[in-house]
Ligand binder design. Structure first.
Ligand code: PRP
Length: 207
């Protein structure tokens, strides 16, 4: 699996704001919004482009556009905070949704929502979730996509734990990962350390 860690000082400064326990919800959402822009920008470097003719006010020239804009799939809830900025960079994209909640006892994901095109063959997909912890949620989401025929998945997350990266690697799914950090590990509650807490709660409040 290809793993890209976006070690850019602007990306790292947004991630630091998200990590800081004093950052309030509004500032956390703003930092995630900006970080997502940078991560999606880097993820899109690998997207195939095509040339097409464009008439400038002066002459005819060759323009560039994405050959096949990806389907964006934010993982609810926390991935919702990444959806707007990804769509702003990829305005030709459409969006599907997967709702997953991690069980607090087993740490395994429970799916509660799936709104996706039936056939994803030939369609690249960009999955958006701020956190890859055990990897259970993102593996589950990517299996749903693969079951619909998807063979080209890019997972974009703000930060990851090594265990989650390894789980995705072992899954054998056709994916690559773009993240701003691979942190030290997981604590006994399967929270990323040092991490940023719970990205859903930090954006939207506790349930
Ligand atoms: C968080 C996070 C990921 C998942 C990561 O979501 O946004 O989806 O946990 O954990 P994992 O890699 O161990 O599966 P959560 O289940 O807390 O739901 P939320 O987005 O509604 O807060």
């Amino acid at each position: 699996m290809d793993v890209l860690v976006v070690d850019h000082p602007l990306a790292q400064s947004r991630l630091t704001a998200m990590r800081d326990a004093r950052t309030d919800s509004a500032s956390f959402r703003a930092a995630l919004h900006e970080l997502t822009t940078m991560l999606v920008y880097e993820a899109a470097r690998a997207f195939p482009a095509e040339r097409y003719p464009v008439q400038t006010p002066v002459s005819l020239t060759d323009g560039t556009r994405l050959a096949n804009p990806p389907l964006l799939v934010p993982v609810l809830r926390a991935g919702l905070g990444m959806a707007d900025s990804a769509l702003a960079l990829l305005p030709e994209s459409s969006m599907g949704f997967v709702g997953l909640a991690r069980d607090e006892a087993t740490y395994e994901p429970r799916a509660y929502m799936e709104s996706l095109p039936r056939d994803l063959s030939g369609r690249p997909v960009l999955v958006l979730d701020p956190m890859l912890a055990t990897g259970g949620s993102l593996e589950h989401c990517c299996r749903i996509l693969a079951d619909r025929g998807c063979t080209d998945i890019t997972v974009v997350c703000a930060l990851a734990a090594p265990a989650g990266v390894e789980r995705l690697e072992r899954s054998g799914l056709p994916l690559r990962l773009v993240t701003a950090s691979i942190d030290e590990g997981l604590n006994e509650h399967k929270f990323i350390v040092p991490g940023l807490g719970d990205a859903g709660d930090r954006q939207f409040g506790g349930m």
